[in-house]
Ligand binder design. Sequence first.
Ligand SMILES: [Zn+2]
Length: 102
Amino acid sequence: MATCFICANHIPTAQVVRRRVYTGASVGGFNLSSNVFVNWLLNSAIRKRPTSVRSYYAIRTVCPSCAIALDKAERRRTGLIVTGIVSAAIVLTIVLLLMPAR
Ligand SMILES: [Zn+2]
């Protein structure tokens, strides 16, 4: 019998759902902070341009109720990332404008 990756409950074989589960993210450049957002901001400031962000996903076995919760969370997360990147870009622009010209 399979076990849910999220809630660790046993799942009857007929109800097993395979989902792409978010396992983390990393930023191109130096690993200066464990916070992906802060790390992205620092690396972007060093390079003076936005660096790449890579998200990691893995296929995991989950139960039907966790699959529904994951789908909802994924939609919310996408919205949060977009909001985060937009506000980071604004902050970055301000930081770069305030930096003394060399
Ligand atoms: Zn579950």
